[in-house]
Design a protein around this ligand. Structure first.
Ligand SMILES: [Fe+2]
Length: 117
């Protein structure tokens, strides 16, 4: 199972965990900005040999079994930092899920709940 190999930890202790920064509460279907990055507290190496290859961003709506894929962001090592700012809109409350991939250390996940009112 994929969930069994995806790692999670506090982003202040572990450099691979993607962070999600956006408002906690938003209005229905109103655009807002989401910042997703790896290395907010502890910088991850960014070399050809060792780097964050990509981050995926998903939304999981409450009471909905289907997961919405919001974006896939691919980074070129050395030149491209693993940072992205996206504009999204939600129709109802959801959990945002960020998944990052290090070419050496695998998959890392973080989540953030966004309430729509
Ligand atoms: Fe790594």
């Amino acid at each position: 199972m994929l969930g069994e190999v995806i790692k999670i930890k506090d982003f202040k202790e572990e450099k691979h965990v993607p962070t999600i920064d956006c408002p906690d509460i938003v209005k229905a279907n109103e655009e807002f900005e989401v910042e997703v990055q790896v290395g907010k507290e502890i910088k991850h190496p960014n070399t050809v040999e060792h780097h964050i290859e990509w981050i995926d961003l998903f939304a999981q709506y409450e009471d909905d079994p289907n997961t919405v894929h919001l974006g896939r962001y691919i980074f070129g090592p050395v030149v491209g930092e693993p940072y992205v700012k996206a504009k999204i809109r939600l129709s109802k409350s959801a959990t945002l899920i960020a998944l990052s991939h290090c070419n050496i250390h695998g998959l890392w996940e973080n989540t953030k709940k966004v309430t729509v009112n």
